[in-house]
Ligand binder design. Structure first.
Ligand code: ZN
Length: 351
């Protein structure tokens, strides 16, 4: 968890600062760090921090709690946990939308989902089907997304007369402001719903659990992804539907290591096999294969199994399997074996 700075320190005021001093400090810093004006990388974080400190210290009872118990005392109220939307709201209550463009009626894209698929190397090599269940917003089927009960329709909002905006003149901490704000009656939609749909309660969308069947292509590797356009939540006010993206992670394999389209693995052979040559059965992806180890093979030599690697995703190329020979020495010898090795040793050069 991130260590938070002392609220007084954030605002640069002393602990017994007056309400007026706190307000002034906030005003100055909020102007300085507002993301619409300040494009430095940490401006948004600083702005949130300043807001959080002010939200606490401007309220006498919260300030008392904070003075007594510190941030723990105010936890759970979570002043800091607003996204950009919430930030705008808070800012608007202070500055009356004096900054930035009015966001009323703007189309908003629906929520997108990023899902993770964890695959074995075999699954990644051969491709597979995965199912994911997501909860997404969909247009209400009962009212076809209008939010109105059957046989009724939306009415023009009487307060803003359909514009979604109303003009307000207010006394703010900066003085008198005349500005346009989102219509409080219709929330900027310009219309009101006289008889809401019973299913979606007038929201025009409902949350549905949907199971998506995702075809994961053969050859995919860690970091690869499958985009499912338009499978996310429905947008609002005509905004685009969100997307779903499935991101793949391939688990390590106990025998095989992937390198591009090639597969590497170790090939343990005993002393005699290495010296005399041998046909050995080896594991490959999805089965076994026979490989010929030539006579006089040394540790570290590589035997290549053509075409036993991974099929290129969406292509025709196929990698190889590379077997790295490792000559093993017997851990224990029988009496007879020991005698044979002693006989053999007499014939080998001592190098
Ligand atoms: Zn409905």
């Amino acid at each position: 968890m991130q260590v938070r700075r002392d609220y007084y320190e954030v605002l640069g005021v002393v602990h017994d600062a007056s309400d007026e001093e706190i307000r002034k400090a906030f005003r100055r810093l909020a102007f300085q760090y507002h993301p619409d004006r300040n494009h430095e990388a940490d401006a948004e974080d600083r702005f949130k921090e300043v807001n959080e400190a002010y939200q606490c210290l401007c309220d006498p009872s919260k300030r008392r709690t904070y003075d007594m118990y510190g941030q723990q005392g105010t936890e759970g109220t979570s002043f800091g946990d607003f996204g950009f939307g919430g930030l705008g709201e808070i800012f608007e209550t202070f500055f009356g939308g004096a900054f930035g463009e009015s966001r009323t009626n703007a189309p908003a894209q629906g929520e997108s989902f990023r899902l993770r698929a964890t695959l074995t190397l075999e699954e990644a090599a051969s491709g597979c089907i995965r199912e994911f269940t997501i909860k997404r917003n969909e247009a209400c089927a009962d009212c076809r997304g209008t939010g109105c009960a059957a046989g009724t329709s939306p009415l023009r909002c009487p307060e803003c007369r359909g514009s979604g905006q109303v003009r307000r003149t207010e006394q703010s901490i900066f003085g008198r402001f005349s500005h346009v704000v989102r219509c409080p009656r219709c929330g900027g939609a310009g219309t009101t719903i006289p008889t809401p749909c019973g299913t979606c309660k007038g929201k025009s969308t409902v949350v549905m659990a949907r199971t998506l069947r995702v075809d994961i292509p053969a050859g995919i590797d860690t970091g690869g992804s499958i985009p499912l356009r338009g499978q996310g939540s429905v947008g609002s006010r005509g905004g685009r539907t969100g997307d779903v993206q499935v991101v793949v992670e391939v688990l390590p394999h106990e025998l095989f290591t992937r390198d591009g389209l090639d597969i590497h693995c170790e090939l343990p052979v005993n002393f005699s096999q290495a010296a005399l040559g041998a046909d050995i059965e080896v594991p490959v992806l999805g089965g076994t294969a026979h490989v010929h180890v030539p006579a006089n093979t040394q540790t570290g030599e590589v035997v290549r199994l053509k075409g036993k690697g991974i099929q290129e995703q969406g292509g025709r190329r196929r990698g190889d399997q590379l077997l790295h020979v490792k000559v093993t020495t017997p851990k224990k010898l029988t009496r007879e074996q020991r005698l044979l090795f002693e006989e053999l040793a007499k014939t080998l050069p001592a190098d």
